[in-house]
Design a binder for this molecule. Structure first.
Ligand code: CMC
Length: 432
């Protein structure tokens, strides 16, 4: 194993350490500081983990400088062009592309497990129609665990496949029901003859009163969007799933925690925020430049939503693919959306501006996805739900990888305490 010599000079005391250097399969290097505290009494402080690799992982490779994203070694461009979401889910979770018969039985299982327990349908009654579907989704995913007590033992690997299948399949149904609840329409059961993505559209948009035509173009684009969201290595929600799972928490509860993390506007919630921002610009009639200036103003809390990324310091390859698909599809369908024009002008203005150029802030995955969802008739507050649906295979694969790794320990970071030093309790009558 390679080692690196680290020479520390703290308060005049010199100490040299040999620390292991870990090299990834794409030659990226990390200094293993696991023994730092034992050898020196120091801990590493890295708020927001900007410089910390929390795990070794063989699932997704991301090079933010070059704009590369690969699942199990396969570029997302190839998966987007030739694969479908079910196959990508199999790839991420099992490590290899499925054979024909493996894919058939995977599809079969996803189809057979799509219904939720009838009692769970009544849970929806308790929510106001204005409930955000992410609130419903997170609690429903956790509630699924109540129906499958055998899956509560996270270390029972025999239950993994069936639990993962149930989650992948039922979360679609829950998501569609959350939407139907919000518009007061009857729930539509999943249909076994439909594909994974066609079923989502059918459950969301069909009504018992008339037949619903499933547009294959939308099915194709939904597949693409879900593929592009399927994994993104150690992002906020995935790290949450791993953190929660590291306590041997069951898969349902770990994924539910991931859904909550994803909801935040700096993470998956950004797709909803982007559309709301574009709509605000449209209604105000203001120039896009005004919003670029506002995003630069350090006295304002406004940020250009859908811009910037912790790891991409170049174009987000997912955004490039989504923008291309958006342009192609909307022109083919003859959809004229003023928000698309605003988005294009906003992107152009920001990419010319030195503030964005110097900070390497480019459009991310959320910048154009909402325009496509909108064209499909999906309401804004369902955007993050679709992100969650897409991210399920990644969360599941990461949870599985973590639990299979014998070196996994419960996640428990340290801190540097900055509060009061020891002082004593003062009785109420002695307080000033
Ligand atoms: N608008 C204006 N300024 C920005 C933006 C933005 N969207 N993003 C970053 N900055 C500035 C930030 O103010 C800081 O400036 P300075 O150096 O002067 O203090 C600098 O760029 C670095 O930003 P940061 O906040 O330190 O970067 P981060 O890595 O902590 O945050 C981010 C990444 C995605 C949270 C952030 O870029 C952001 O808030 N973007 C808008 C929300 C968004 O689109 N989120 C979706 C991310 S992609 C989907 C996903 O994976 O969830």
């Amino acid at each position: 194993m390679d080692t690196a010599k680290l020479v520390l000079n703290i308060e005049g005391k010199e100490q040299s350490l040999d620390l292991p250097v870990i090299t990834g399969s794409e030659k990226e290097k990390a200094l293993d500081i696991g023994s730092l505290r034992a050898k020196t009494g120091l801990v590493a402080l890295d708020p927001a983990f900007g410089n910390t690799a929390s795990t070794l992982s063989a699932i997704t490779f991301l090079d933010g400088e070059q704009g590369i994203l690969r699942y199990r070694g396969i570029p997302i461009e190839e998966l987007g062009a030739h694969s479908n979401f079910v196959e990508v889910a199999y790839l991420l979770i099992n490590g290899q592309l499925p054979t024909k018969s493996q894919l058939e039985s995977y599809r079969y299982n996803l189809t057979r497990h799509s219904m939720i327990h009838e009692d769970m349908k009544r849970f929806f009654d308790g929510y106001p129609s204005t409930a955000h579907p992410m609130a419903i989704l997170s609690s429903m995913v956790c509630s699924l665990s109540a129906y499958y007590p055998d899956a509560l033992d996270a270390m029972n690997t025999e239950m993994f496949d069936i639990t993962a299948t149930r989650i992948l399949s039922k979360v679609r149904t829950i998501s569609a029901y959350a939407y139907k609840k919000s518009i007061g329409q009857p729930f539509v059961y999943p249909q076994n003859h439909l594909s994974y993505c066609a079923n989502i559209l059918n459950m969301m948009f069909s009504v018992p009163a008339e037949p619903y035509h499933i547009d294959e173009e939308w099915v194709k684009i939904l597949n693409l969007l879900l593929i592009l969201h399927a994994d993104h290595e150690q992002n906020c929600s995935t790290s949450t799933v791993r953190t929660v799972g590291s306590a041997h928490t069951n898969l349902f509860a770990s994924i539910s925690a991931g859904v909550c993390a994803l909801w935040g506007p700096l993470h998956g919630g950004a797709n909803q925020e982007v559309l709301e921002m574009l709509e605000k610009i449209r209604v105000s009639g203001d120039s896009v430049q005004k919003y670029v200036e506002l995003a630069k103003d350090k006295n304002s809390t406004f940020r250009l939503m859908g811009f910037g990324h912790r790891v991409y310091k170049n174009f987000d390859p997912r955004a490039t693919l989504i923008k291309g698909a958006c342009d192609k599809l909307l022109s083919k369908k003859g959809v004229k959306d003023p928000l698309l024009d605003i988005a294009r002008r906003l992107e152009e203005a920001a990419l010319k501006d030195s503030y964005f150029v110097e900070r390497k802030l480019y459009p991310n995955v959320d910048f154009y996805s909402g325009i496509i969802y909108r064209a499909m008739g999906i309401p804004t507050d369902m955007f993050t739900v679709l992100f969650a649906l897409g991210r399920l295979p990644g969360w599941i694969a990461q949870w599985k990888e973590m639990n299979a790794d014998k070196s996994t320990r419960i996640v428990r970071p340290r801190q540097i305490y900055t509060g009061e030093t020891e002082r004593h309790y003062v009785p109420m009558d002695k307080r000033g």
